[in-house]
Design a protein around this ligand. Structure first.
Ligand SMILES: [Zn+2]
Length: 309
């Protein structure tokens, strides 16, 4: 690239050093000479580092959403592919992020946003070289009448006795806390119920234990749904809650970096979903087990945010 002050050709990585000859820092150089502006608002892009500064096209997530909602289809698709492509290279991801991962990322449009503006999210991912996991065009349907009573297995180590209107059978499960036992429903899918503080610990200090559980699940062809008892918005903003500040220094950003990492490391073995506001955990677990669609193909958080769950 050429230095924008003296036009000299500078090798990659040597710009900071070169700028010393102009008695300027990389930050001041970027802000003064590159001077990037948010595509939506025109406000200056914040400088965190050189790479981020040159990649970012929006000042914040909200501006990205507002811009994409009013952009023409072709332009919106181009921007989405660009944002996914940057993420793919930057974070070395292989799989198209699901709803939870995108909401925890600053500049990836969510599957739900794409759905709202009639853009095929999976197609955007495929064209950016990412593998897809979920079907975003399906309608969810539920078993309403079962031949027999709904039977839910509860792991013996599960400490909380949650209320589910089903027959609960206590046993030792290989992975997770809950699964369904009725033959017509069983699909080797398990739910790992997490209260917020347990979820935080699991994704931070106890992450090695979780990884072991996921390796075990993968080996036996099981699929794990980590179901947190609080809404996603709540968990993303941990540091704004006086309650959590008493127990942990973990920020939402740090917590969800690990969630995103696990989602990429075990893409066919797990997903993360957050119980919507006002729903009881027991009834929500029951709802999930009654879904006819293969849950491995259902981005649960997408349907939760779409208020279809
Ligand atoms: Zn120069």
């Amino acid at each position: 690239m050429n230095c924008l002050i003296c036009r000299e050709n500078i090798e990659d990585g040597l710009l900071t050093k070169h700028l010393r000859s102009h008695k300027t820092t990389i930050k001041d150089y970027c802000l003064k000479y590159i001077n990037r502006k948010c595509l939506y608002s025109g406000q200056p892009i914040e400088f965190i580092n050189y790479k981020q500064y040159n990649n970012d096209i929006f000042a914040n997530r909200n501006n990205m959403v507002l811009y994409l909602k009013k952009a023409e289809r072709g332009e919106a698709e181009g921007i989405i592919k660009n944002l996914l492509g940057i993420r793919k290279i930057d974070k070395a991801i292989l799989y198209l992020p699901g709803q939870t991962e995108t909401r925890a990322s600053e500049f990836i449009p969510s599957p739900l946003l794409c759905d709202q503006i009639n853009i095929n999210y999976n197609q955007m991912g495929q064209q950016s070289g990412l593998k897809t996991r979920y079907n975003y065009f399906q309608k969810l349907s539920c078993h309403s009448v079962l031949k027999e009573e709904l039977k839910i297995a509860v792991d013996n180590r599960e400490q909380k006795d949650i209320t589910i209107s089903a027959k609960k059978i206590h046993m030792t499960l290989n992975v997770g806390d809950y699964t369904v036992l009725n033959q017509e429903l069983f699909n080797n899918i398990y739910i790992d119920r997490k209260e917020p503080l347990d979820f935080i610990a699991s994704m931070t200090s106890q992450i090695d234990r979780i990884k072991k559980e996921l390796i075990r699940a993968r080996e036996i062809g099981a699929y794990l749904i980590f179901l947190c008892e609080k809404p996603l918005t709540h968990m993303l903003n941990l540091e704004n809650s006086d309650y959590y500040k008493r127990y942990t220094k973990v920020t939402g950003k740090y917590l969800f970096n690990n969630v995103k990492e696990l989602s990429q490391e075990f893409p066919e073995t797990c997903q993360f979903a957050f119980v919507p506001e006002g729903k009881k955990i027991g009834e929500f677990i029951k709802t999930l087990f009654l879904i006819k669609n293969d849950l491995r193909m259902v981005d649960l958080q997408f349907f939760i945010d779409k208020r279809e769950l």
